[in-house]
Ligand binder design. Structure first.
Ligand code: NZQ
Ligand code: ZN
Length: 401
């Protein structure tokens, strides 16, 4: 395990019904709140309850309901202007990762003195950003288990002018409060539930496969989270309104990416770096981009060398109950096959063609991955680091023709 610093100041209120009267939890945050949500009518009833609860405590509500999936920098800019013009005191997110990330960027942006795009790290390890140091207080009311945005200091958005998806990652972005009410997730259709679960699985797998490999405690925690997400997802697909299963899923997805499990691993996120390019170019849902690379990247890396094969074999033993005596190469291949079968079972597209991405664009996609996902040496951080040839190989494996 590597040295690490862990700091997570987010106050969490978790439980069925906790979103009914959110006003009781926001005392002291201010008198005027920007409430951020999607442009669709999906969460209308919840937004109505949130607005009513705030107003009943004398808090003025400024609604900003126009966020899209794969959120846009232009919307963040618009909301920051509103916050400044109207003297907003704090911001509330009502939605999934796209809404929560936007809200965090808006709240930091309201106090930021440079151009907002400078808050974002647009290339994995290069020094082009000026991280925000302050933020208005933020309250997260998550409605989709996936990103753990409610409990971490990350915000991801697409620059709609440059078609670049990038992220902010700095302590100022930690939410003040997360009100996690699993009942809110019961309305999710199967497609969004599945895509969110795949994202949470990918968070575990990025760290498990690409982080420090001498951390047995973190390994066991990751395996537990992964088994839980996969098991709960199967139950939810059978019984979508079962709030117990929804609760287990929500907490597991939150723990998968709130920083606890990544401590001491120092893990890069190669599948995410590649996936962000697909979302930026084709608006592909984030979890679908991860499903594509959980197939192709796994096939590619599991065969690279004996050490990689042993890691995938261990995963198969712990997750799928493979025989620990099975030769590593055979177990690694079986692990990848079983993961792909699981994706078929839950019905998530996991190839470029099934996700509607034009195969003729593969070289352009590779160029974008190198420009935005690779380090200054042109390598995609991973175990082992992957160069342009490897990226092309992964993309060819992802075609799925
Ligand atoms: O608007 P409609 O069509 O109704 O659908 C909404 C939304 O567009 C629907 N939805 C959300 N809650 C619902 C619901 N439908 C019914 N009932 C509910 N309770 O879900 C659609 C997708 O929502 P979105 O917020 O985009 O999904 P998700 O939570 O998966 O967030 C994805 C975004 O988070 C970023 C991704 O890159 C992507 O932009 N990520 C953020 C991270 C972080 N902050 O740490 C890490 C992740 O790796 C990820 O990069
Ligand atoms: Zn993710």
């Amino acid at each position: 395990m590597k040295n690490f610093e862990l700091y997570n100041p987010v106050r969490v209120i978790f439980g069925n019904g906790e979103s009914e009267d959110i006003g009781q939890y926001v005392d002291g945050l201010g008198k005027k709140a920007l409430v951020v949500s999607y442009g669709s009518a999906t969460l209308n009833a919840l937004r109505g309850r949130v607005e009513a609860s705030l107003k009943s405590r004398g808090i003025e509500v400024v609604p900003f309901y126009c966020i899209t999936a794969n959120p846009l920098l232009s919307h963040i800019r618009e909301a920051v202007d509103i916050c400044r013009a109207q003297g907003v005191d704090f911001c509330i997110a009502v939605g999934g990762g796209s809404v929560m990330d936007s809200t965090k960027a808006i709240a930091a942006g309201a106090l930021y003195e440079h151009d907002l795009w400078k808050m974002f790290i647009s290339r994995h390890d290069c020094d082009v950003c000026i991280p925000p140091e302050r933020s208005l207080p933020t309250v997260m009311i998550p409605t989709l288990p996936a990103t753990s945005s409610e409990m971490n200091c990350i915000a991801v958005a697409t620059n709609d002018e440059t078609k670049e998806k990038a992220y902010i990652y700095t302590a100022a972005l930690y939410p003040t409060l997360a009100i996690m009410d699993p009942a809110l997730t019961c309305t999710l259709p199967a497609s969004h539930t599945v895509v969110g679960a795949v994202d949470a699985m990918s968070h575990v797998l990025e760290a498990y496969l690409n982080g420090d490999q001498r951390s047995p405690l973190q390994d066991r925690l990751h395996e537990g989270i992964l088994v839980t997400i996969m098991g709960e997802l199967r139950e939810i697909l059978k019984d979508p309104t079962n709030v117990e299963h929804r609760a287990n899923m929500q907490w597991a997805a939150c723990l998968a990416w709130n920083g606890y499990l990544q401590s001491g691993l120092d893990a890069p996120t190669p599948m995410h770096q590649m996936g962000h390019v697909l979302s930026a170019l084709y608006n592909t849902p984030h979890g679908v981009t991860l499903a594509i690379f959980m197939d192709a990247f796994f096939r590619y890396t599991s065969k690279l060398n004996e050490e990689r094969a042993r890691r995938f074999a261990l995963l198969g033993v712990k997750i799928f109950g493979l025989d620990p005596q099975m030769p590593a190469a055979e177990a690694a291949a079986k692990t990848v096959d079983m993961m792909v079968s699981f994706m078929d079972e839950i019905g998530v597209p996991h190839t470029l063609s099934s996700a509607g991405i034009p195969l003729s664009d593969i070289e352009k996609i590779a160029d974008e991955i190198v420009a935005h996902g690779c380090n200054a040496e042109g390598m995609l951080p991973s175990i082992p680091p992957i160069g342009t040839e490897g990226i092309m190989e992964i993309l060819n494996m992802a075609k799925g023709e």
